[in-house]
Design a protein around this ligand. Sequence first.
Ligand code: UD1
Ligand code: CA
Length: 447
Amino acid sequence: MSENRLGAIILAAGMGTRMKSGLHKVLHPIGGRAMLRHLLTTLDSLSVSRKVIVVGSSREQVEAEVADEAAIAIQEPQLGTGHAVLAARNAMADFSGDVLILYGDVPLTSKETLENLLAVRRGPVAPAVAVLGFRPKDPAHYGRLKVGADGGLEAIVEYKDASPEERAIDLCNSGMMAVDGAQLFALLDRVTNDNANGEYYLTDIVGIARAQGLKVGVAETAESEVIGVNSRAELAAAEAVFQNRMRHQAMVDGATLTDPVTVYFSADTKLGKDVTVGPNVVFGAGVKVSDHVTINAFCHLEGVEIAEGASVGPFARLRPGAKIGKKAKIGNFVEIKKADIGDGAKVSHLSYIGDAAVGRKANIGAGTITCNYDGFDKFRTVIGEGAFIGSNTSLIAPVTIGDGAIVGAGSAISKDVDPGALALTRAEQSEYQDWAIKFRARKNKKD
Ligand code: UD1
Ligand code: CA
């Protein structure tokens, strides 16, 4: 039954007190995406058919995030990781495939690592339990993995319960496992809380399985794959790991990042080929960049699509709903919001374009502002193809500038302009000969 092949239980009932947050720990974002969402996305890529999230306090927050994508099991009170998995028993009833046990606060484990773990569980030895281990730089208080002569896992010893010799072992428990779903709950039923913490340890199923003559295997992974988040500092460390992965992937996929460590991505950022990103660029959520686009230094982009060959910045701010056409140019100190900038159009300097459509090859002069808001409502500005808007123009929306029209510099345009017309609003210039000379002479005499 392929539908039953893979399930997952995500433990997220811990209090997360060290975050000192009103937001459930697993909902804190990394790359703009909730930690829990990272895990669910990875599980989707593995075609996991049954997902259960074990929650305790603030469960309504988790429910709101996952909606009907996963079952929610309640663990109340929290008596340990083994007790937490048991809370998923009803939700996993009649499931007999392999079960991945994951941690909501260990969000960056890749598909490949989980596949390697599953490969051990499904390999020739077919152990009832496969545990994901790693060798941290600082083994600290992680549980230690005791591997036998045959390469199988004999036991996991929690740091508090470990002897000095056991503490010297550098292979540690990530907490993640792949377990035969047909045996998981029977093994858990035998776990007791007879240990230094008085908790029901999930890790005890290893020793219990061995005592029953079952095999237990180990898969090893890198520390960065199992990075856990218990505090804001660890959240920042996880963010750094994630950002480095995104930067690396962007370059693998054919983008040039002039100074990668200064570029920040969102989990959903999409970059095409031969895209160049200068230093200090921030990608907020929902950015799609096509091939051959250049994003110069110090730009901030969010909710924007940029078509082929366009150029943006330096120092541009593209806000949600901005669509930049092919070979369009957005220059320095330009802000664009909810606006379509047509192919080949130019907004080169110091402008605000919001709630607008700018036609193909239109040229928007320096300092042009779409006045889109009257304090209550938003209004739209439409600029035709090939129109030329002179510098320092206020376009007072709602207003339409026809195709090919020219607006004189310094105008405040509040009425529609016909295609091909010239429109300008400008007071006549007065000039007084020698006025300045006489003025200065008068003032200087007084001193
Ligand atoms: C656990 C492992 C340890 C491993 C370490 C890796 C056990 C007994 N120990 O220890 O071997 O090296 O993870 O980080 O499993 N949780 C619940 N309900 C509970 C208790 C915990 O849902 O009653 C969840 C927490 O939200 C957290 C995860 O389980 O996501 C791990 O719990 P935690 O208390 O951090 O386990 P450790 O003591 O770190
Ligand atoms: Ca922990």
